[in-house]
Write a protein that binds this ligand. Structure first.
Ligand SMILES: NC(=O)c1ccc[n+]([C@@H]2O[C@H](COP(=O)([O-])OP(=O)(O)OC[C@H]3O[C@@H](n4cnc5c(N)ncnc54)[C@H](OP(=O)(O)O)[C@@H]3O)[C@@H](O)[C@H]2O)c1
Length: 258
């Protein structure tokens, strides 16, 4: 049975992605900091989908977290076929006013851990000629995000990395997909501050619908999956508008000039 590792599985989109992969016949490894929630999910998955579910508690903002996670996988003799790099968070506010530590942690989770985990797990996938990577980016990847600049930049990185890897790995049989959600009902809204923006809360999709689209897109080896027609329209139209203009629109929406 193939094994899928999902980071950030303790809530929201990651929780639903772990269930999707389990429903599709994958053993799962669920990773996050919240041990209680991970145990609850693992129990639910074992009970409902009759697959194996392993819990690994990890704070991915710590520099040695990914190597410690890989040590745990080796100790438990777990071979990962699919990596779902989902863990991530954002913070609304001006760059010079947000906590420097929080912004650094964001880059550690959204960018550094995502990259290192892919680098550590890919050689095994290439050797076995199966599996792949589903990276969770955001529609934020397609323009600058004043008043949330580090988060938007981190998601632009996720898209660029995913597209690069996809080309490097073409012909290997591996799947490489970037899931780009728009506003989604998860812990993200409250945690980032985005939830108090009307443009976010009125447009939000369910985490289950986003995860289902991501899972299907990965199984079909699509390059980029944008759930929801409104989100797809937004990203398409962004391509026709000068970046100097889109950043002003985002700034207004996110209250940078209030
Ligand atoms: N919701 C949206 O509107 C939206 C839109 C576009 C993209 N996304 C992306 O979707 C992904 C999932 O977010 P979500 O919306 O499902 O939000 P969420 O409900 O807040 O879930 C975030 C997950 O990331 C984990 N995480 C955060 N910091 C971590 C750390 N230091 N170490 C390990 N795990 C950590 C959290 O687990 P613990 O707290 O237990 O560690 C949690 O499981 C993120 O990459 C986010 O950027 C979300």
């Amino acid at each position: 049975m193939p094994t899928t590792l999902v980071t950030g599985a303790s809530s929201g989109i990651g929780w639903e992605l772990a269930k999707q992969f389990a429903r599709g016949g994958n053993d799962v490894v669920v990773v996050a900091r919240s041990e209680g929630k991970l145990n609850e999910l693992a129990e639910q998955i074992r009970r409902e989908h009759h697959v194996d579910a392993n819990v690994i508690v990890s704070d991915l903002s710590k520099p040695d977290a990914v190597d410690a996670l890989c040590d745990q996988l080796r100790e438990r003799e777990i071979r990962v076929d699919t990596l779902v790099n989902n863990a991530g968070f954002g913070a609304l506010g001006k760059f010079a006013e947000l906590s420097a530590d929080r912004q650094t942690d964001m880059l550690m989770v959204n960018v550094v851990a995502l990259t290192r985990l892919a680098r550590q797990l890919l050689p095994g996938m290439i050797e076995r000629k199966r599996g792949g990577i589903l990276n969770v980016g955001s529609i934020a990847a397609h323009q600058a995000g004043p008043n949330m600049s580090v988060y938007y930049a981190s998601k632009a990185y996720v898209l660029s990395l995913t597209e690069g890897l996809r080309e490097e790995l073409s012909g290997t049989g591996l799947h490489v997909t970037c899931l780009e959600p728009g506003p989604t009902e998860t812990g993200f809204g409250d945690d980032s501050g985005m939830g108090r923006l009307k443009s976010f809360s009125t447009q939000a999709m369910s985490a289950a619908a986003v995860a289902e689209a991501g899972y299907e897109g990965y199984v079909n080896n699509e390059d980029v999956v944008i759930p929801g027609w409104k989100n797809r329209l937004l990203v398409t139209s962004t391509g026709f508008i000068p970046r100097s203009l889109t950043r002003k629109v985002v700034a207004k929406m996110q209250g940078a000039y209030e």
